[in-house]
Design a protein around this ligand. Structure first.
Ligand SMILES: [Zn+2]
Length: 232
């Protein structure tokens, strides 16, 4: 029973012989033991509906000091016979937050936690609408696992989309770099190309420019100038 791992279960949910009057009765929660005044963590998060001594007629008569939490599905989780409570009505708790300390207040034969889960929150905090706490918690966390799996799937698809966008950006950047390199090559100074020396001779620029070097454009313009001079 994974949900109550580490706890000693002294009385399960269901029919049993009542430890106080010996009659056969229905046990509406599960009795769990660690040690007296053990700080009890909430099995499920929720909002505190009730924190204090359960008085007869409130839905918690005989339960001693009680903390009742309503979870996100509307179920009420009752932590009973507490030595003392550690929270206040209206507080929002997460799973694992301390609700109170194991005790033996109310109708109890020894220090233990009576943990009860109710399907309703009214009237009397859903008194009588109890469900099997083990089954409820197992189902509750199964649902939570499914939600987490769904979140993981969603994040994975977001990551895949981002990867795609990054690849597109990288491709664009690479194309720009190639363009820049082409332009740089066009602008780079170079010495006399073969076609120029073939047409006008190696010495053509002697006395015309100091350093016969330049980009493609320079050689093309120089060629135009020489051809015009020949014509003229
Ligand atoms: Zn009990």
């Amino acid at each position: 029973m994974g949900v109550f791992e580490g706890w000693k279960v002294t009385s399960p949910y269901g029919y049993r012989t009542d430890p106080i009057n010996g009659s056969r009765s229905f046990h509406t929660g599960i009795d769990l033991v660690k040690y007296h005044r053990y700080p009890i963590p909430a099995f499920v998060g929720g909002v505190v509906l009730f924190a204090g001594e359960g008085v007869a007629g409130t839905g918690f008569g005989g339960y001693g000091n009680v903390v009742a939490l309503r979870d996100d599905k509307g179920y009420v989780h009752c932590y009973c016979h507490l030595d003392s409570v550690a929270v206040q009505k209206g507080q929002k708790l997460s799973k694992g937050d301390i609700v109170g300390y194991q005790g033996t207040t109310g109708r109890s034969t020894g220090s233990h936690l009576h943990y009860e889960v109710r399907a309703e929150d009214a009237p009397s905090y859903g008194y009588g609408s109890h469900v099997d706490p083990s089954e409820y918690l197992e189902k509750y966390f199964e649902g939570e696992d499914e939600m987490l799996k769904e979140q993981v799937r969603e994040l994975e698809s977001q990551v895949a989309a981002l990867k795609g966008e990054c690849q597109t950006l990288l491709n664009t950047a690479e194309a720009h770099v190639n363009e820049i390199n082409t332009l740089k090559a066009l602008l780079a100074d170079k010495s006399m190309p073969e076609w120029f020396s073939t047409e006008f001779g190696e010495e053509a620029l002697n006395g015309v420019v100091d350093t016969p070097q330049g980009p493609n454009l320079f050689w093309r313009l120089a060629a135009v100038a020489f051809r015009l001079r020949k014509k003229g």
